[in-house]
Each structure stands twice: as C-alpha cells, then as structure tokens.
Ligand binder design. Structure first.
Ligand SMILES: [Zn+2]
Length: 83
C-alpha cells in the first residue's frame, strides 16, 4: 500500500511503517489512520496513562486504553471514563 486516506483527518498520506497490533484492529488502523494521527494518539495515550496512573498491561487499563483509542481514532465507543 503506497498511500492511505486517513479516516480521522481526511488527508491522504503515508501509512505507518507497520501494523500497531497483530489483530483486526491493527489492520484497521494500518489501513485507515495516518502516521500523524497515530503519533497524536500515542501522545494522548501517554497522557491518559500518566493522568490515571495506569499500568498498561493490566487488563482493565488495557481495555480502557483500547476504548479510548477507538474513540480517538474513529470517533466510536464510549467517552473517556475509567472502568
Ligand atoms: Zn490522519
């Protein structure tokens, strides 16, 4: 894939270097989210981790971050809230 049309910012640009996850969501992000938006999410994710003092491998924290990621990138799912 040489270029993608980002569903978040609407700009056609380079895809990410690799899939962020090896699952369906990873493919979806790879195919529809540009590098810049992904970088923005990583920053936001770090802020959430710091703000809520999350431990990222804990299942609850993981689920929380995944939900927020979906919302951030695709505008879907529940709004920000701790489980
Ligand atoms: Zn984008």
């Amino acid at each position: 894939m040489s270029q993608i049309q980002c569903v978040r910012c609407g700009i056609a640009g380079e895809p990410q270097a690799f899939k962020p996850f090896s699952n369906e969501m990873g493919t979806r992000i790879y195919e529809s989210i540009c590098k810049a938006c992904w970088a923005e999410w990583l920053k936001t994710q770090q802020q959430l981790i710091n703000h809520y003092a999350l431990i990222p491998h804990q299942p609850k924290a993981k689920e929380f971050l995944l939900r927020n990621m979906e919302q951030f990138l695709f505008g879907e799912g529940a709004p920000d809230s701790l489980p």
